[in-house]
Design a protein around this ligand. Structure first.
Ligand code: ARG
Length: 458
């Protein structure tokens, strides 16, 4: 028996039944649906819309249904279409026709919106916690490898030396923006749609504020039509998730590059790699590769939902049921990826010598030589050209700038003195960059302290 049976002369075609059912995925909303129904029932009783004793029956019944679902005693049924109708059917089996009063002053349109708000709110908090944990792991690594210097890259060509810690802290900064965005989107997510009914509110004297407060919402949707048709908060979750994946895929890509023999900057722990079924020598970075790979599906879910919403007339349309799988998949993908990255990074082996070797070759001190000339009064453009010529000469002679004898340097520019060799050393290059955001140890120490405080404060 369908909830809308009165109006229909025929049974639903069995193909339609399968096609339109969402229970195969919206069953994850059990806790949200029952929590919402309990709050709604309490309000119905407080407002005198249903007798208190019947409300108790309904609430006790809902708890029993919840327990039996948790105990694995329930098989959800496609004929009941979705989680909302399945739970109502289970409640009816337990407490009889009084279960039918639960849906007073409510529609599945505001019910499903409520469930999705509760779900998104809960997982926004989990995601923030996981990101903060990952940030802490990155900071620990930065502290552990304080003194390690590596080449910094632009265009994937060696550019200037940077502390390995500085590189890691760039990811901490990206992740901080992710946390900020999630926290900001929480405001809009934490808005209660219940009471909007199917579209226009209800004739019953409900107390929307009571429901909202009891469920911990900060505010109500002010317009019932907006309440049932809004999916912006889900788009925000998917957009925030997409940016998180952008960041994590960049980290993953670097881990893949760095663990290759061509770089050999790091070794990933055996427990986080896989081998080849054919090539005995292989050790593959599957985990970062999968993180990189899974980024695509998250972007896909964002595009899919935007496309679903585009030009959709108000208010509820069945199209909106398509919001769920992408959101659920995004949340579980993000939670998995964020969780696995922490131990993967914790067990990373860092090859400081190889990083240093590569930082010492490739003319990463060319800018510092030019800056030295500028300090001697030479305009930067001229200094750039002088050093450019010296670099070209070094490439032809297969040597580094630091190996060029002083007399040759002075031939290129008489203002150069013996102190240049000190200025061109890795440590000096890093330590003289003391401006905000620079590579010097003192700057980083402050940055780490600030980052730690902010992690504590969220
Ligand atoms: N399963 C539906 C969904 O996810 C619930 C809302 C159904 N409302 C309706 N008017 N058919 O969107």
């Amino acid at each position: 028996m369908k909830a809308w049976n009165g109006r229909f002369k025929k049974e639903l075609n069995h193909l339609v039944e399968d096609f339109q059912a969402s229970i195969s995925y919206d069953h994850v909303l059990v806790a949200e649906d029952i929590t919402g129904s309990i709050a709604h029932t309490k309000m119905l009783a407080t407002c005198g819309i249903i007798p208190a004793q019947e409300a108790d029956q309904i609430i006790n019944g809902l708890y029993e249904v919840w327990t039996s679902i948790q105990n694995g005693e329930v098989t959800f049924q496609t004929q009941y279409e979705d989680i909302h109708m399945n739970i109502e059917a289970l409640l009816t089996q337990r407490i009889g026709p009084v279960a039918g009063k639960l849906h007073t002053a409510r529609s599945r349109n505001d019910q499903v919106a409520l469930d999705m708000h509760l779900y998104t709110r809960k997982h926004t908090v989990t995601l923030v916690a996981l990101i903060l944990q990952l940030q802490s792991t990155l900071i620990s690594l930065a502290e552990k490898y304080q003194t390690v210097i590596m080449p910094g890259y632009t265009h994937l060509q060696r550019a200037q030396p940077v502390p390995f810690a500085h590189h890691l802290l760039a990811y901490v900064a990206m992740l901080e923006r992710d946390v900020e965005r999630l926290v900001d989107s929480y405001k809009r997510t934490n808005t209660c749609p219940l009471g909007a009914g199917a579209i226009a509110g209800t004739t019953f004297p409900i107390d929307r504020n009571q429901v909202a407060q009891s469920l911990g919402f900060d505010r109500l949707y002010e317009n019932s039509m907006d309440a049932v048709s809004d999916r912006d908060y889900l788009v925000e979750l998917l957009a925030n998730g997409s940016l998180i994946m952008v960041h994590l895929s960049r980290l993953a890509e670097e881990l893949i590059l760095w663990s290759s023999d061509e770089f050999k900057y790091i070794t990933l722990d055996d427990a986080f790699c896989t081998g080849s079924s054919m090539m005995p020598q292989k050790k593959n970075p599957d985990i970062p590769e999968l993180i990189r790979g899974k980024t695509g599906r998250v972007f896909g879910h964002l595009t899919a939902l935007l496309t679903t919403l585009k030009a959709l007339p108000l208010t509820y349309n069945k199209d909106l049921q398509e919001d769920k799988e992408g959101v659920f998949d995004t949340v579980s993908t993000l939670e998995q990826v964020l969780t696995i990255l922490t131990p993967l990074l914790d067990t990373l082996e860092v090859h400081a010598e190889k990083m240093k070797q590569n930082a010492e070759t490739g003319f990463l001190n060319a800018t510092d030589l030019a800056d030295y000339l500028v300090r001697k009064g030479i305009p930067f453009r001229e200094a750039h050209a002088i050093v450019g010529k010296l670099v070209l000469d070094c490439i032809e002679k297969n040597r580094n700038l630091i190996d060029v004898p002083l007399n040759e340097l002075q031939e290129a520019c008489p203002q150069i003195n013996a102190d240049i060799y000190h200025d061109l050393s890795l440590e000096q290059m890093i330590e003289t960059r003391t401006c905000e955001g620079g590579t010097a140890f003192e700057v980083r120490k402050n940055n780490i302290a600030h980052a730690k405080t902010r992690i504590q404060q969220w």
